[in-house]
Design a binder for this molecule. Structure first.
Ligand code: HMG
Ligand code: MG
Length: 321
């Protein structure tokens, strides 16, 4: 018996992969990563063909010390035409830091990201304010960013479940998504912060979202804690949403989502998409090399299954016969 409508006909021909490893990944590391390592990672990711590499956050270093040095990172990375390097901005203080960076470096920032949540408890833990208070802050931040000619991307966290409140109503996710779009976000990324979603809940939520919001203004942000990241990505693509966030080597998590692991690995997403004949503009082998670089710097094995398979293949092909 079939339990879901086959939506394969709707799959997009090309997908934009938003690399979030240097921000979402590294923000969750126990120690802080030197600026030079962050820069080298971002440069490798951009030269692998990723057109968006989230590169840091102008958040409070008291709360997320790993993102300190974001201005230095932005000043040192190699700029490439067609590649954007957005950063998270939580409030006007972060926006002022962003403006000061732009003025001091003479390099246009181009894009920032603001982040809300679909549960009050998560909003309070993550940003010390209610959803309404956060959106009021972001109204001001977005207005100032748009006045600079920057693009603003939005996130809705805990869209599939909250580590503090449990179940989250889909209507709540839709409401926050709409409000972020109304503020002027060009796109809202739907965050499965805890990785609790499955293809079933992704279909249910995107069925609702797509009925109200154009697919081109949505993206998915799937943490892979429960091993569902690829399945969830595919389920979302079946709704015609063609932007997915991913983290090289599967780095990361969220400091305010206990036990959450990294986003679905970029290498795994790109391997799946290329295998399906979907274009990404990403060079898989260069991406694997970027993942090896950061995994070695962190002293651990890559979390990407596709990268591990490629590395094993490379080893076999180099072994004397
Ligand atoms: P607060 O403590 O409530 O703010 O933090 P405050 O206004 O009371 O200020 C307290 C201190 O922080 C002051 O310094 C401020 O100057 C300073 P003091 O006087 O004590 O020395 N401060 C700042 N410093 C630098 N940059 C700033 C800034 N703002 C205040 N922008 C705040 C409120 C939102 C700032 C804080 O809670 C914060 O920075 N939170 C960061 C949250 C964060 O980065 N979370 C992880 C990213 S979101 C995520 O991972 C989810 C996502 O991936 C999607 C998903 O997976 O769901 C996007
Ligand atoms: Mg995240």
């Amino acid at each position: 018996m079939s339990v879901a409508t086959n939506r394969v006909g709707l799959l997009p021909a090309a997908v934009r992969v938003v690399e979030v490893g240097p921000r979402d990944g590294l923000q969750n590391e126990p120690g802080s990563i030197p600026v030079a390592t962050r820069v080298a990672l971002i440069d490798r990711l951009a030269s692998a063909g990723l057109s968006m590499v989230e590169s840091g956050a102008f958040v409070s270093p008291k709360w997320v010390p790993q993102m300190a040095g974001t201005a230095e990172v932005l000043s040192a990375i190699a700029r490439r035409p067609g590649t954007r390097f957005p950063v998270l901005v939580p409030n006007m203080k972060g926006l002022e830091t962003a403006l000061a960076y732009q003025q001091a470096s003479g390099i246009a920032l181009e894009e920032i990201a603001v982040f809300s949540a679909a549960s009050e408890a998560f909003s309070l833990k993550n940003t010390h304010c209610t959803i309404d208070e956060g959106l009021a802050r972001f109204a001001e931040v977005t207005r100032a960013a748009l006045a600079q000619g920057w693009r603003v991307r939005g996130y809705v966290s805990v869209a599939f479940g909250c580590p503090y409140e449990g179940e989250v109503a889909a209507a709540r996710v839709l409401d926050v998504t709409r409000r972020l779009l109304d503020l002027g976000c060009y796109e809202v990324s739907i965050g499965d912060t805890t990785g609790i979603g499955t293809a079933g809940s992704v279909h249910r939520l995107f069925d609702l979202l797509i009925a109200q919001v154009p697919a081109a203004r949505l993206a998915g942000h799937f943490h892979d804690t429960w091993g569902q990241g690829l399945a969830n990505t595919l389920a979302m693509l079946e709704h015609g949403v063609a932007t997915v966030d991913a983290s090289v080597a599967g780095l990361g998590g969220c400091p305010y989502s206990p036990g959450a692991t990294g986003n679905v690995a970029t290498e795994d997403v790109v391997w799946m998409l290329h295998g399906m004949g979907i274009e990404t503009g990403v060079d898989f082998d260069r991406l694997v090399d970027a993942g090896c670089f950061i995994s070695e710097a962190l002293g651990r094995r890559t979390g990407s299954r596709a990268a591990r398979a490629r590395l094993a293949e490379r080893e076999r092909s180099q072994a004397p016969s």
